[in-house]
Design a protein around this ligand. Structure first.
Ligand code: SF4
Length: 113
């Protein structure tokens, strides 16, 4: 899986709340699922088998991330939680579990001739 390249972010971000104030979507929604810590925890759960891309709430949280990379920029250890999110989305797509809206957009953006 693509997320395996970001093990350091999964293992460290899941216990860290230092950059949650920099997560734009977290500030808009005021939900823990929209912070780097909980996204990393959910992806750790994916690795251990306690979470799955069959959970649409989990997948939706991955796609809500704003991908500003603000958290990476200000992380003292530069754990790439932004790269982790992109890798997770790649894994979602490869599993065929992307949201319908994303599937439609990809079809429009990649017409077949
Ligand atoms: S990116 Fe850095 S500051 Fe943010 S949750 Fe991960 S380890 Fe903590």
């Amino acid at each position: 899986m693509h997320i395996e390249k970001y093990n350091d972010a999964i293992l460290n971000c899941r216990f860290c709340f230092m950059c949650r104030h920099l997560s734009a979507i977290g500030n808009v929604r005021h939900t823990e699922a929209d912070t780097p810590r909980v996204r990393a925890a959910m992806l750790y759960g994916l690795r251990t088998g306690t979470n799955s891309f069959d959970d649409t709430d989990f997948v939706d949280a991955l796609y809500r991330q704003d991908l500003s990379a603000c958290c990476v920029r200000h992380c003292v250890n530069h754990f790439d939680e932004n790269g982790l999110a992109l890798a997770a989305r790649a894994d979602v797509v490869e599993a065929g579990k992307e949201p319908e809206a994303v599937r439609k957009l990809a079809a429009v953006s990649s017409p077949t001739f």
